[in-house]
Design a protein around this ligand. Structure first.
Ligand code: GRF
Length: 194
């Protein structure tokens, strides 16, 4: 299977996916694309020998359809089977998502369906949750809403701040996403629960 990965920043999840896609893994990365030329993950991907691309959303001045057409045009050059969003911070409309439905994955730093959207760690702390975590799901047009492919849990500690909690969740993301992609690329729908 051919995998393309979208990032917006440091790409720590993308790096773990690239590092895992070796040997007998059923997938290979064919592209890492960022919506910002300054995304730190671009150099990490290039250093790992993966083709990179930038499609900056800003020149499109809010014309989401035009931005998404540029994204798709770039994807057409590498013909991926699977698209992984990994720290990608742009909302994608139904126009982009619909053709990818069923083969587009995203990782979200909460135990979905709780805390869709942003600031998930602060919201979990504010709610007094005893546990939190991350979810990999299939992307549907509704934000952070598709079928769950895997989850990983962390215990919330009494002295946690959003930052300390985010750091523990991110460590789990780095285990969960590669495990889910391995199963998904092998055609195994069994959810990964860590
Ligand atoms: C992190 O907040 C992570 O929880 C979420 O995206 C952000 C950046 O991740 N998935 P990455 O280091 O760019 O993969």
């Amino acid at each position: 299977k051919r995998v393309a990965i979208f990032i917006s920043g440091g790409g720590s999840n993308m790096v773990r996916l690239l590092e895992d896609m070796v040997g007998d893994h059923p997938a290979r990365a064919v592209l890492v694309l960022a919506n910002d030329a300054n995304a730190g993950g671009l150099k990490k991907a290039a250093d790992l020998g993966i083709e990179t691309a930038v499609v900056d959303h800003r020149p499109f001045n809010g014309d989401r359809a035009a931005f998404e057409a540029a994204l798709q045009a770039k994807l057409d050059t590498v013909d991926p089977d699977i698209l992984c969003l990994a720290g990608f911070m742009r909302v994608l409309t139904e126009g982009f998502v619909a053709p990818w439905e069923g083969r587009m994955l995203n990782i979200h730093p909460s135990l979905l369906p709780k805390y869709k959207g942003l600031h998930t760690h602060a919201r979990a702390l504010a709610a007094g949750d005893s546990e939190h975590g991350c979810t990999v799901h299939l992307v549907t047009p509704a934000l952070d809403d598709g079928p769950i492919l895997g989850q990983a849990k962390v215990a919330v500690q009494s002295d946690d701040t959003p930052e300390t909690l985010a750091a523990r969740v991110l460590t789990k993301e780095h285990l969960l996403y590669p495990a889910v992609l391995r199963r998904f690329a092998a055609g195994d729908p069994t959810p990964v629960m860590l």
